[in-house]
Every structure is written in C-alpha cells, then in structure tokens.
Design a binder for this molecule. Sequence first.
Ligand code: COA
Ligand code: ZN
Length: 318
Amino acid sequence: MTKLIQITEVGPRDGFQNIQDPIPTTLKMNIIDNLVAAGIKHLEITSMVSPKAIPQMADAREVIKHVLHTHPQITPYVLVPNVKGAQLAADNHITHVNYVISVSPLHNQANINRTHQQSLDDLYSIRQNLPELDITLSLATVFGCPFIGATDVNVMLDIIKFADEHGIGKITLCDTIGVATPLQTLRILRVIQQAFPSIDVGLHMHNTHGMALASMAAGLQSGITRFETAVGGLGGCPFAPGAAGNAATEDAVNMFNRMGFDSAISLEGVLRVSALIKETIDPNLLSSLSRARTYSEFNFDSAHAMPDNDHGSIKYGK
Ligand code: COA
Ligand code: ZN
C-alpha cells in the first residue's frame, strides 16, 4: 500500500517573508491559487506578526480572507509568535496556527523578542483563551542556532513537555539555519519519540548545507510523514543570518514520488508555480528541479528487479 505523506507548503510565509521587495498581494493570491490547483491542501499562508518586524506580511488579513473565501476545502495555517497573533488569527476565522518558539534563547529573543518563559506563558494563555484553536508548536533552531551553534536538547525537551502537558499534540522541528545532518535528525527524532511516543512530529528543513532532503529521508526512516517545504526552495528567517531556503516542494514531491510515497500533489503543478515565481519574484530559485530536467518520461525504478522486491531491508515511513 502506498504510504501517504503530508506536505505543508510554507512558501507564502517562510518564502515571502525573506523577500525584501514588497510582493503585490494579488500576486501572492495568484501563487496560492496555483499551489492549491497543484493539489496542496496544507498551506501556511502568512503570519500574524508585527508589520514593523516583517513588512512583507502586513497584508495577512487580505491573504487570509482570500484563501478562506476561495479555497474552503484546504487547511490554511498562520504562523503566530504571541497571544496577539493568535487572537488576530482567530478573529480572522483561522482555525490552525503554528506557534513558534526557538530552542535557542538568543534566537527566540532576536526573532520574537521573548524569553522562553514569556513564550510559554503566551502559549498557556492561548490555550486558555482560545481552546478551539488547533495549535502546532513550531520549534525553531532545533538543529543549530546562528548565534550559539548547537542548541540544548534538554531545553527542547522541556518545551515539548510543556506543550504536551497543555494538550498540544503536534510539533514541527525546524532547522532554521539549514545545518542538520541525516544522522543528527535520526538522533533527535529518537530522543523525542522515546520521551513522547504519542506526539505527532513533523520536519521543516532548510537546505543551507545541502542535506535537507537527506535529513527528510532520515525522518521517513523514523516514521515521520509530515513535512514542511517551500515551492522553488524559497525561504529563510530574517533573524537568522546566513540561512538558505527551505527544502523545495518540487524536490520533495519528486523524491517522495520516486520512493513510492504519495503526497497527492502534482509535480507538474508545483513546477508551474515555481516557474511563475522565477518569472515574477526571484530569477535565481534554489530548487534542483527548477533548474534541471525532470526526466519525467522515464521510470528509473528498478526495485522490481531486486530479488526480494522490498528495497532491501530499508524500511521507510510508518
Ligand atoms: N501581529 C501584529 N502586530 C503585533 C503582534 C502580532 N502578533 N504582536 C505585537 N504587535 C504589534 C503591537 O501591537 C505593537 O504595535 P504598535 O507599535 O503599533 O503599538 C508592536 O507590534 C510592538 O508590540 P510588542 O508586544 O512590544 O512586540 P515586540 O516589539 O516585542 O515584538 C513581535 C514582538 C513578536 C511582535 C515581533 O518580534 C515579531 O513580529 N516577530 C516576528 C518575527 C518573525 O516573523 N520571524 C520569522 C518567522 S519565525
Ligand atoms: Zn523556515
């Protein structure tokens, strides 16, 4: 049976927030429409943050309104850093938020001007005041911080523990600066899965050191089936100097398809969006497939010729 992968497209948030020139709101909507047409059902469409911190997200309300009106069948996510962001998201009829805390205290301060305690207090208030809101905890700098290097696994576990105790069942591990290795990914996942066996873990990898897809494949081996990616390989945190883009959606869909997984997303559709972004926003996209031939006319899979027909002893997915 084909295993299902959930890809959450984060280009309209993670990707756009890192573009200096203002992107016209209508172009953002057009890109979102085309992502939905490509089969994307989980989409981080914007963030509710201070327009002084991220001017590119100042049109969040218009984007939300457009998506809720035009695409009632999809699940839009909004990134929020505090109580105010969560309240604004809920006021604008958003049901799913990604609440961000950085494992590195310095990055948390630089990014959202908060101590860990303040971030946890806000999370507590959001749970109390907006109990209906579906919250995924996005943990930034899990694999490394631009200011201190390695981050503390025990601090990460303490934050997850708090979330777990307050009924938050989903966390996304973010490699904000794109330095994770596949082995590091396996190790961190093992620690979390041992401590919190029932928590739903997703991966959000950036590709600065070129190992994003490899680390996602390591995630598959640990049973992870939820991934965040950005079309074209856009992405980056304005408060994480030196970070490159996210793992590209087209590259991830291609990898999953070719490994026999089903993301229910059209590769051709995503490539069309990538081409549109190349034409209108950034001519130098980082994704592999936006620069390369897909060879989609061929089937390279020779697994059927293997004696045991199960990709050897390698097991991926749940
Ligand atoms: N959405 C919109 N506006 C917000 C907001 C939110 N979630 N939270 C605060 N604000 C506004 C306040 O109303 C206030 O506005 P004013 O100056 O017009 O009165 C202003 O921002 C400052 O509020 P304050 O609570 O003092 O925030 P701050 O200056 O400590 O900044 C954040 C904290 C979280 C708002 C800011 O650092 C931020 O938006 N960071 C987001 C960074 C980001 O998106 N990073 C990339 C994604 S991980
Ligand atoms: Zn990111």
